[in-house]
Design a protein around this ligand. Structure first.
Ligand code: FNR
Length: 190
């Protein structure tokens, strides 16, 4: 069985180190996982005034979340939380009330930062949001990646063997987690 994984890169920066991490994760993931990026770059700022009539880009974003078997968040930490753009995107997908696209959607959270705690606080914050959105989350392994220059090349190659092995395990566990969740909560039941 193959699974469709939609991934969100929390950063909009051109040289994003989290985008490099996402590239690396895709390279080393089990072949049963098929990845497509779900971009939130063009979403306006959410308000419930839109609930009666979502703009096309918000509709497309939410449909992409719905179509994925699982969602992977690869996010930086900005001011000890997740970037505002990512939170805005999650708000869009969670609304209008009663149509939350994250309901029963398996997810995992990972991120990298040059700082010593490697996005740990942002991930904790994101986990709270995803809990409220009723997304079953992979609890372990956790992955707090401290980014050093050259750790991941522009092509997504991990240059430190131990880190590559760790990330490989992380993605293998995510595959197992998705299979387990979908065995209990099949998509067609939603
Ligand atoms: C940061 N950075 C940062 N790093 C961290 O570990 N904890 C933090 O709270 C913050 N806060 C923060 C706020 C803002 C507004 C910026 C722009 C940056 C540094 C951050 O980890 C670094 O810029 C990374 O390169 C961000 O990842 P991307 O955007 O390159 O993927």
């Amino acid at each position: 069985t193959t699974y469709k994984v939609g991934y969100l890169v929390g950063s909009l920066a051109r040289e994003s180190i989290n985008r490099k991490l996402a590239k690396a994760l895709i390279r080393i993931a089990p072949e049963q996982l098929q990845f497509s990026e779900i971009s939130f770059r063009d979403l306006p700022l959410y308000s419930y005034d839109y609930d009666a009539d979502y703009p096309p880009e918000a509709r497309a974003f939410k449909d992409a979340i719905k179509a994925a078997d699982a969602v992977l968040f690869v996010t930086p930490e900005y001011n000890r939380s997740i970037p505002g753009g990512l939170k805005n995107a999650i708000d869009w997908a969670s609304r209008p009330y009663g149509t939350n696209a994250f309901t029963h959607k398996p997810s995992a959270v990972i991120g990298t930062s040059p700082g010593a705690i490697g996005t740990a606080v942002a991930q904790q914050s994101l986990r709270s949001v995803l809990s409220f959105c009723n997304s079953p989350q992979m609890n372990a392994p956790e992955a707090y990646i401290r980014f050093t220059p050259g750790l991941i090349t522009d092509e997504g190659e991990v240059t430190v063997a131990a880190t590559e092995e760790f990330l490989r395990t992380y993605m293998a566990e995510f595959h197992t987690f998705i299979a387990r969740v979908l065995a209990v909560l099949p998509r067609e039941a939603l």
